[in-house]
Design a protein around this ligand. Structure first.
Ligand code: FRU
Length: 898
């Protein structure tokens, strides 16, 4: 489009400039004298004549009697290749060489008025000055018969008119007897000399003054007039110009007796120039005619000149009009061209817009098709990616269980007091360390995926930064000692609390420190320095080491995923630092690196928690639990030594629902020492739970039939099993699965790999809590009214059961079976549930209610003991009495008496 516009404007400009670009002939005129009327008349005639020819460009150069200036004008005309040069020279000599140069270069030269001392020019235009002088002399001679004395005033230089006008005059005077020249002076002396001559008229009278031109003649007349002699003498001048105080008027006024016409030749010079340009034939000498103007023809001459002047004025006016019309024409023609151009442009634009509309439509259609294709492809890719991601994540999660098992087994081995072989122990240590490494890598892969999917939500809790750092510092202490690395942790504020996602920050620390240990040689230095600048909002943690360093040009890349440093030949996944940076940024902090022999990572974290959303803040106890098993530390605690003090019947029952047989075996081995352990691989797990009514359930998430969340949900909503604490084991460490677990009613949520110690303690805690709850129920056992509800579901169950028992209190045949039917569970399930939540058999429970009721009736009613016995469902008063005494150590009678 822009191209079209440019092209059009170009065309338009070309068409507008057409006229101006038409090649014109250049004619230059060098005028020697500028100020007198005769010269002005010459210039005017030239201008008028030149204006008649549109094909010429005419210019006058005024030298103002300065010969050097005139030369420079002529030089410039030659240089600029004028087509014709017209020259009016001042004197015969000075311009000869330039005129000849122009002539030699082929530039036509026309000489006007005064002659030069060369014949190397193209044409001459001017009147014959000899004739001028002759005419003047003849005129005087013809008027008088008696003797006439003449004062001749000639020009001051040696120009051809000066010489020739004198010569012609003198020639005739010499031939006439009646006229003689009594004085001859130069015009420059006239004031003094003419005055002298006039003063001595009595000595030598003069009758005529013949002057070089009309102007000098008039000046002389004025001198004579000053002396009152103007009437005695007659004056004759040359030029015969029309106009105020010029020759013709002066003759008319009687100041001059006559003026000899000397035409300027301006118009002729231009005419000859035009002829030259048109290659027409011309004569070299173009002599203009001259005549005498006196009182007889002055009027005619004046009239003729006036007419000529008027014509010239008309011509000028017409030329002005033509000029105006030309301008109008040019404007109109330009407007027309512009309109034309706009018309063409709009046609082009219209065509273009139709075409573009069409091609846009076509393109749009193509794009739509392409878009559809891309959408289909994208969906396919999305599906493939999702499948890949699911496979990848699933696989990573699957790896976690076997690794947990390996770690746990290795842990057991290391604790096995019977193994004393240090080589074996070393190998066990090797397996442990490498399994941990494997686990770390898998965790990193899972984290990387989570970061990519933006699934991480910060779980930051108030944490003592120094204690936190110290706990990780300790993990590396042993290696530092082994390799004699000067490893230290320092802080300027041991009490500083910051909000950290301990799990993520643990990974960051672990990553930075394991990198440092990887690249720092033995006997090197590694340090962690916490700097709390009290005045700022930030705390900085510096990790420094004297390792191999990072090349300067690579420093910006270290945080990029999969980046491997050029000087790093140790194996590495290349995502550790990338994850660290992402984790720090989740905390709204920064991590930077500098390396100059000493590598230094600087973490900058906000103090306080205003930068976090409430969603990102969680509560965690002060002590930091490491979720990853720690070789030689986790199991050293005596508290985890399992005891099997209770007989089998009195032990609590655990149901483990897990499809990994090795994990089942491992847990069964460990837990069987203290519990009755039942297992399910997930198939029929619910039936088994309903059958068993275990005291606690440990359930995996990924199971063949129903997943762990669903199983837990069903169990918690079923009256038979709702009281059973549920521990969910999962490899999915995400907020979503945590929430799912809570929604399903799970009591605890442990992520794999879990520490057996933590699992063991959790089981213990949950059973202990159950015990506390049991005590609470027992305390409120006989209340008919609903009590303060700690566990809504269980309390509802007990309330409902109590309601049925009270309704049938006087029915001695009301059995456990009937109660179970009313509660819509089996007798055995009722038995187990009551045993589990109240630690009492159901029949004892019912009997206790009967006895408690009897107790209150004994106190508050006047019914007989027999009546009371029947009313609380005993079939015989004696059985009631013995049972009552058994329970309360008092007979009903004594009780009432008390
Ligand atoms: C004007 C003038 C005229 C004269 C002519 C001769 O400058 O002196 O009066 O006729 O020049 O060149």
């Amino acid at each position: 489009m822009i191209k079209i516009l440019t092209f059009l404007s170009f065309l338009f400009l070309i068409s507008c400039n057409n006229d101006k670009d038409e090649v014109k002939y250049k004619i230059g005129f060098s005028q020697c004298i500028s100020k007198d009327d005769w010269r002005k008349a010459m210039d005017h005639e030239m201008n008028i004549e030149a204006s008649l020819y549109s094909e010429i460009d005419f210019k006058i150069f005024q030298a103002n009697e300065d010969i050097e200036l005139q030369k420079s004008h002529i030089r410039s005309m030659i240089k600029n290749r004028f087509d014709v040069i017209i020259i009016s020279p001042l004197r015969p000599e000075p311009l000869v060489s330039l005129v000849e140069e122009a002539h030699d270069k082929g530039i036509p030269v026309i000489i006007v008025d005064r002659k030069i001392n060369s014949q190397k020019f193209t044409a001459y235009v001017g009147a014959n000055n000899l004739d001028v002088g002759r005419n003047a002399a003849n005129y005087i001679a013809s008027l008088h018969e008696n003797k006439i004395n003449i004062l001749e005033i000639k020009g001051s230089d040696n120009s051809s008119p000066v010489i020739e006008r004198e010569l012609g005059f003198d020639q005739i005077v010499d031939t006439k007897d009646n006229i003689s020249i009594v004085y001859k002076i130069k015009d420059e002396d006239i004031h003094e000399r003419v005055a002298q001559i006039l003063d001595s008229l009595n000595v030598k009278p003069i009758d005529y003054i013949y002057a070089f031109n009309d102007a000098i003649a008039y000046d002389t007349w004025k001198i004579a007039k000053g002396k009152g002699l103007e009437k005695q003498i007659k004056f004759i001048g040359v030029d015969g110009l029309n106009g105020d105080n010029n020759g013709i008027q002066l003759v008319k006024k009687g100041v001059l007796t006559a003026s000899i016409l000397y035409p300027t030749g301006g118009d002729q010079a231009i005419k000859i120039a035009i002829k030259i340009l048109k290659n027409k034939e011309i004569s070299k000498n173009n002599i203009l005619s001259t005549t005498v103007i006196d009182y007889r023809n002055a009027d005619i001459m004046k009239n003729q000149y006036d007419r000529i002047n008027k014509h010239q004025k008309d011509i000028e006016n017409q030329q002005d009009k033509i000029k105006q019309q030309e301008e109008t024409y040019t404007t109109q023609s330009n407007t027309l061209k512009l309109l034309l151009a706009l018309l063409i442009l709009s046609i082009l634009l219209a065509t273009f817009s139709i075409y573009s509309g069409y091609s846009l439509k076509k393109k749009k259609r193509e794009l739509e098709i392409q878009n559809d294709k891309i959408t289909v492809q994208r969906n396919q890719i999305k599906k493939i990616n999702e499948a890949k991601t699911n496979f990848f994540t699933g696989l990573s999660h699957e790896f976690k269980t076997p690794i947990t098992l390996i770690l746990s087994s290795v842990d057991s081995l290391s604790n096995n007091k019977t193994i004393r072989d240090s080589k074996l122990l070393r190998e066990v240590g090797l397996i442990f360390n490498n399994s941990k490494r494997l686990l770390r890598l898998i965790n990193q892969l899972i984290d990387f995926r989570k970061i990519e999917d933006k699934k991480f939500i910060l779980k930051a809790s108030k944490t003592n930064l120094y204690q936190f750092s110290n706990s990780i510092y300790k993990d590396f202490e042993r290696e530092a000692q082994k390799r004699n690395i000067n490893f230290h942790l320092t802080t300027n504020n041991e009490y500083l609390d910051v909000y950290l996602d301990r799990n993520l920050m643990d990974k960051v620390y672990f990553n930075l420190l394991s990198n440092s240990f990887k690249f720092t040689p033995n006997n090197g230095t590694i340090s962690i320095t916490i700097t709390d600048n009290i005045e700022s909002n930030f705390v900085k943690i510096y990790f420094k080491d004297s390792g191999i360093g990072i090349p300067e040009n690579e420093i910006n890349n270290v945080f990029k995923a999969f980046y491997q440093g050029s000087n790093n030949n140790k194996s590495s996944s290349g995502i550790g630092l990338h994850l660290s940076k992402e984790f720090i940024e989740l905390h709204k902090g920064t991590i930077n690196v500098g390396s100059d022999k000493i590598t230094e990572f600087v973490i900058k974290l906000y103090k306080d928690n205003v930068h976090l959303s409430s969603d990102e803040i969680v509560f965690e106890p002060e002590i930091i639990d490491s979720p990853i098993l720690n070789f030689n530390t986790d199991y050293e605690d005596d508290a985890f030594t399992l005891k099997s003090g209770l007989s089998k019947e009195n032990r609590d029952t655990i149901l483990i629902i897990e499809d990994n047989q090795d994990l089942i075996k491992y847990l069964k081995n460990k837990l069987s020492l203290e519990y009755n352990v039942n297992t399910s691989d997930g198939n029929g797990a619910l039936d088994k739970a309903f059958d068993l009514i275990p005291d606690i359930i440990i359930c995996d998430v990924n199971l063949p039939e129903k997943n762990g969340f669903e199983i837990c949900d069903i169990l918690k909503k079923d009256i038979r099993t709702s009281h059973i604490p549920c521990i969910i084991l999962t490899a999915y460490d995400s907020k979503e699965s945590y929430i799912k677990g809570l929604e399903s009613g799970a009591d605890l949520f442990l992520t794999k790999p879990f520490s057996f110690a933590i699992l063991y303690r959790s089981v213990k805690n949950l059973l202990y809590n159950r015990e506390k709850l049991r005590k609470h129920y027992i305390k409120n056992i006989y209340k008919t009214e609903p009590t303060e509800k700690n566990n809504l579901f269980e309390q509802d169950f007990i309330d409902e059961m109590n309601k049925h028992i009270y309704e049938n209190l006087d029915d001695s045949s009301f059995s456990v079976e009937q109660l179970a039917v009313k509660l819509k569970i089996s007798r055995i399930q009722l038995y187990r549930k009551i045993k589990a939540i109240l630690n009492i058999s159901i029949s004892d429970y019912i009997q206790n209610i009967r006895l408690e009721k009897a107790k209150s009736l004994l106190k508050e009613s006047t019914l007989s003991i027999s009546e009371i016995a029947y009313s609380v469902g005993f079939s015989s008063p004696s059985y009631f009495s013995s049972t009552f005494k058994n329970k309360f150590k008092l007979s009903p009678k004594s009780y009432r008496g008390n």
